[in-house]
Design a protein around this ligand. Structure first.
Ligand SMILES: NC(=O)c1ccc[n+]([C@@H]2O[C@H](COP(=O)([O-])OP(=O)(O)OC[C@H]3O[C@@H](n4cnc5c(N)ncnc54)[C@H](OP(=O)(O)O)[C@@H]3O)[C@@H](O)[C@H]2O)c1
Length: 168
């Protein structure tokens, strides 16, 4: 299964100023359009419960999986909750025939997938903004070497970087 990390980051490498913040507060229209197109192409998305709370609903036309340690009693239409480990989740999706998975945050979930060596590609949109402080893309991942595959100017100020991870 192809597993792809997708994130928008500030020039100083943050994915949010504050934990509760929606990315729509500061990312460009062009990045939002890219995010929708790429996640629809990949078909299935996985995110952490805190990121889900900033969105509040399933992503239309995409299988939406939310990781949590505490499955809520109340269902949300279109949302699949999971408390499986990363490897159990990935193996199950593979068995179900899922060909590609978009890992869409936040920091905790990005870090876990990177740490587990499960990410093969990254799409990072660098937005023209500095936060000075905030939520990092990932933490405690150790060194991960990347190969730049392509770049694209999105609109007038945002740059999309597409990387693949290299095995160490
Ligand atoms: N700029 C971007 O592209 C982008 C994208 C996504 C998110 N964000 C930002 O990221 C921030 C949120 O990041 P975050 O690191 O605080 O939270 P997060 O990664 O979205 O969610 C963390 C939560 O996910 C659940 N979780 C994570 N790993 C799990 C595992 N292995 N098993 C079971 N549950 C697991 C836990 O939920 P429970 O506590 O329920 O157990 C955990 O508290 C927000 O500010 C959001 O706006 C930015």
């Amino acid at each position: 299964m192809r597993i792809v990390l997708i994130a928008a980051i500030s020039v100083d490498g943050k994915i949010a100023e504050k934990k509760e913040q929606s990315s729509l507060d500061w990312t460009s229209r062009e990045d939002v359009q890219f995010f929708i197109r790429k996640t629809k192409e990949l078909g299935t998305v996985v995110m952490g419960r805190k990121t889900f709370e900033t969105i509040g609903h399933a992503l239309r036309d995409r299988r939406t999986i939310v990781m949590t340690h505490h499955i809520p009693e109340q269902t949300v239409p279109g949302v699949e909750w999971t408390n499986e480990s990363l490897s159990t989740l990935v193996h199950r999706l593979e068995k179900e025939g899922v060909a590609s998975l978009a890992v869409i945050g936040g920091s905790t979930v990005y870090s876990e997938f990177l740490n587990a060596g499960l990410i093969q590609e990254l799409y990072l949109t660098v937005e023209p903004i500095l936060f000075g402080s905030g939520v990092p893309l990932a933490s405690e991942t150790g060194r991960i070497h990347l190969e730049l595959l392509e770049t694209e100017l999105l609109g007038s100020g945002s740059v999309l970087f597409h990387y693949q991870t290299l095995s160490s």
